[in-house]
Design a protein around this ligand. Structure first.
Ligand code: NAD
Length: 390
């Protein structure tokens, strides 16, 4: 068992440590939830990790319902069905259990079940969140089983708007789970591909938050340590999924990425979002493909910062050394170097490329990129990621 056990209250209450899933009934009581809806995804629902968690609830005589109609990259019909299950079961709170997809959908059910306006009215634009009836939002206990999105400590949920093929971020401060149980033992069963993709997602969050312009030294500090944790532990967790210490550090890095990215994200995400929405690719793995191309594109604006980051992480060679370390890490984790390696039978014509570039430049993350992401730049980054030219 890993000795990494702790409790911290930033940005929310996090009970951290292997085996702490046993505290789920207590966490429910502490958040005032008497009859939770347990939200997970269909893959996880079949795994022992869910069966053993439900057994904990059974033994504590907690009445609950289970909802698992959650697609990777969740869609509105998942939310509608989840709300129906929540209302039918007369639930008073949500256990969001899984990777980013189940965590986001669980949080969105808790947020949206009591609202009267459509969910799209609460997109993360200006103060749209203030339109929501905050009193109708029910409490959430979040339990991550991947180590990447950090959604467990975030105030937003991502959902795909199918008509426009766009990923929308729905935001409300009360979507932040009241208690997180971060139990790295729950993540040992993650397949290597998901370990790699989610771990690279955590890295993308830390890296883009750190590089985003703006004054936020707290986010910068968290992001820098998050990057170090990923470089030191992701290869270990990938090589040996049962390495609980590496899994624990990755679970921390994921939460740190999401805590830091309130400062902003950048072009890795701006390009990854349309690709995920159009081709249903894994979010973190898509970020991993774009990472070196975007890093090179931003060089003039971030060189000094990356030199400091490299030095902190013990990576020699300044900016070039850091860029090489990213490529090496990707290779170790079998991340495809090009988009063609990620998406089977990819055939992008001019029109499709223009559409992706158009979607990227209006993505809410584009504003956080240190160099302005114009349509020309987005097209050029897309071409590079197709040809493999860093
Ligand atoms: P995911 O939740 O889609 O899960 C991927 C796969 O891993 C699923 O098949 C799932 O069943 C499986 N899985 C999860 N945990 C497992 C375990 N312990 N053992 C075995 N299998 C396991 O993947 P993800 O990368 O965690 O989340 C991606 C989603 O999160 C996307 O929809 C993305 O848009 C969203 N996201 C949200 C935020 C946010 O701030 N809210 C940030 C980044 C990404």
């Amino acid at each position: 068992m890993s000795k990494l056990v702790s409790k911290w209250n930033y940005p929310t209450t996090v009970r951290f440590g292997a085996g702490r899933i046993s505290e789920l009934p207590d966490a429910l009581a502490a958040t005032g939830i008497k009859k939770p809806l347990f939200v997970t995804d269909p893959g996880l629902a079949k795994l022992p990790v869910v069966a053993s968690t439900l057994k904990i609830l059974d033994e504590a005589k907690v009445p609950y319902g289970v909802f698992s109609e959650v697609k990777p990259n969740p869609i509105e019909s998942n939310l509608t069905a989840g709300i129906a299950a929540f209302k039918k079961g007369k639930h008073d709170g949500v256990i969001a259990f899984g990777g980013g997809s189940a965590l986001d959908l669980g949080k969105l059910i808790a947020f949206q079940a009591g609202q009267t306006r459509p969910v799209w009215d609460f997109e993360d634009i200006g103060d749209w969140w203030a339109r929501a009836n905050a009193d109708a939002i029910v409490p959430i206990v979040a339990v991550p089983t991947t180590a990447g999105t950090g959604s467990e400590v975030g105030r937003a949920g991502v959902i795909t708007h199918e008509e426009s093929h766009t990923k929308k971020v729905i935001f409300h401060p009360k979507m932040l789970p009241g208690i997180v149980i971060a139990d790295p033992a729950l993540s040992v069963g993650m397949p290597a591909f998901i370990t790699a993709g989610t771990g690279m997602d955590a890295l993308a969050h830390c890296l883009e938050a750190y590089c985003a312009p703006g004054y936020h030294p707290m986010a910068d500090g968290i992001a820098v340590e998050g990057v170090r944790l990923v470089f030191e532990n992701l290869p270990k967790a990938y090589a040996d999924g049962k390495d609980l210490t590496a899994r624990a550090h990755m679970m921390s890095a994921a939460a740190m990425g999401a805590t830091a990215f309130q400062k902003g994200l950048g072009a890795i995400h701006s390009l990854s979002h349309p690709i995920g929405a159009l081709y249903d690719t894994h979010h973190g793995m898509t970020n991993a493909v774009f990472m070196p191309y975007v890093l090179a594109f931003n060089r003039e604006a971030i060189e000094g910062k990356i030199e400091r980051l490299a030095a902190y992480c013990g990576i020699k060679g300044g900016f070039n050394g850091f860029a090489k370390a990213i490529i090496k890490l990707r290779k170790e984790l079998k991340v495809p170097h090009t988009l063609g390696g990620l998406i089977k039978d990819l055939d992008m014509d001019k029109k499709r490329k223009a559409l992706i570039a158009d979607m990227a430049i209006v993505d809410p993350t584009a504003g956080g990129n240190p160099v302005k992401l114009t349509k020309k730049a987005a097209l050029s980054l897309l071409e590079n990621s197709l040809s493999g030219t860093v």
